[in-house]
Design a protein around this ligand. Structure first.
Ligand SMILES: *[C@@H]1O[C@H](CO)[C@@H](O)[C@H](O)[C@H]1NC(C)=O
Ligand SMILES: *[C@@H]1O[C@H](CO)[C@@H](O)[C@H](O)[C@H]1NC(C)=O
Ligand SMILES: *[C@@H]1O[C@H](CO)[C@@H](O)[C@H](O)[C@H]1NC(C)=O
Ligand SMILES: *[C@@H]1O[C@H](CO)[C@@H](O)[C@H](O)[C@H]1NC(C)=O
Length: 190
């Protein structure tokens, strides 16, 4: 019995000697850095601008660039990255234009009957209408408070409110082609 085990160790040693030299060292591998796959790179966390509470350089198209580096032994194909390992990718962000959520909500609560919130957000016609009718007899004021609190009414220029990065920001979740749908068991027939 003892002999049997030592034979096995001997075999393992032989395999080790025979095959160990055959593991080829992985050479560096080139990928198209404008089209990298998950796992081939890591990115720096975005630089949050304290003024807008959004990634620095967030464009009107709601896109910002972050710096990324490929994993070890992976290189960018020439011309697809900034240099042979660094490149940038676009991340979604919310373009802001200085309209503060807190200011808008406070104006709506305290001065909404004079339409000040609507003037602030850039809707002068509705603002004037609210001013002349005392916020549609306070009913329109209430509606606007709710709409602004829900962030349904946003600044007229299409920008987003300035809200603290971890503040009460409303995020719409949508399904797209990347959404994983948990397969459902077919319903049992009764
Ligand atoms: C890299 O990918 C982009 C977008 O998919 C493509 O337009 C470009 O031609 C590719 N470049 C190379 C060198 O393959
Ligand atoms: C990305 O890298 C460039 C150059 O190193 C630097 O100037 C820039 O601030 C970086 N951007 C971010 C978002 O970190
Ligand atoms: C990538 O960028 C970082 C800093 O932005 C720099 O330290 C590093 O050397 C760059 N990597 C390469 C391979 O150029
Ligand atoms: C999702 O996939 C379908 C079919 O594969 C395609 O027609 C559609 O454009 C895709 N939608 C998005 C948002 O990529």
């Amino acid at each position: 019995m003892k002999n049997y085990y030592s034979n096995n160790y001997w075999l393992i040693f032989v395999y080790f000697v025979l095959f160990c030299g055959n593991f080829k060292k992985l050479d560096s591998y080139e990928v198209n850095c404008s089209n990298v796959l998950i796992g081939q790179y890591s990115c720096a966390s975005p630089d949050i601008d304290p003024e807008t509470q959004q990634p620095r350089g967030c464009s009107k198209e709601n896109k910002a660039l972050v710096n990324c580096t490929t994993s070890e032994n992976i290189k960018c194909k020439p011309g697809t990255g900034l240099d042979n390992r660094n490149f940038t990718i676009e991340i979604p962000c919310e373009y802001t234009n200085g309209y503060s959520f807190e200011t808008a909500l406070l104006l709506s609560i305290f001065l909404g009957m004079f339409g000040v919130d609507r003037f602030y957000l850039g809707y002068p016609a509705i603002g004037l209408l609210k001013l002349c009718t005392l916020g549609f007899m306070f009913l329109g004021q209430l509606v606007d408070i709710i709409l602004i609190a829900l962030q349904v009414v946003r600044p007229a220029d299409g920008s987003y409110y300035v809200i603290n990065y971890f503040g009460p920001r409303l995020t719409f979740l949508q399904m797209n082609n990347d959404t994983y749908v948990v397969p459902q068991e077919p319903e049992a027939e009764l």
